[in-house]
Design a protein around this ligand. Sequence first.
Ligand code: C5P
Length: 214
Amino acid sequence: MCGAARAEPVATAPFTVAIDGPAAAGKGTISRAVAGRFGFAHLDTGLLYRAVGAQVLSGVAAVEAARSLDPAALEDPALRTAEVAQAASKVAVIADVRAALLDFQRAFARRAGGAVLDGRDIGTVICPQAEVKLFVTASAEVRAGRRLAELQGRGTDTDFETVLADVRARDARDSDRAEAPLRPAETAFVLDTSEMSVEAAVEAAVAQVAAARA
Ligand code: C5P
């Protein structure tokens, strides 16, 4: 059969990079850079909770919104507002909401060709078997400063104290909840980006992935 065998495309094995951490720690930037560098797909799992939160703000019940979530809704730029972020962290405490979003995330994580997922519970709950687990953090003040710049860059009228209070409220809700609380996985590499440039943080994350691929 050998000579006559048709060449099948070689499916690249799954490879999961789990990137967790608190709001505005730099997970998104690092995740996109890692995905780009290694040719992996990227899923910002915060968008799933934001999409559910946005639905709740428009009157839909949280669990129903999570069960009928359309991945196309994740593209909506309206999901980026502070109001939706707060709504997201409220629906994220509901066990049935988290359960409804589980299969989609796990399937994404094990797709052929590799995947980067960023969120709060990727290394602890969604993909405890991930090949690489990173926990990206920074002080609340540094994160609030970055988020302020991002919001102002999009034309939002806000100030540092408001954004800091928002970051702290979400930290408390994400860390103190019973379901999948925010915490580093036991084997996670912790990257504190408080004093790091974006480039240095990206290179540190890339180095972790490269080491696991070697
Ligand atoms: O990451 P982002 O700030 O967009 O997430 C919005 C909210 O969604 C978070 O504050 C958190 O409550 C929730 N979330 C979560 N688990 C994830 C991702 C986000 O609970 N994996």
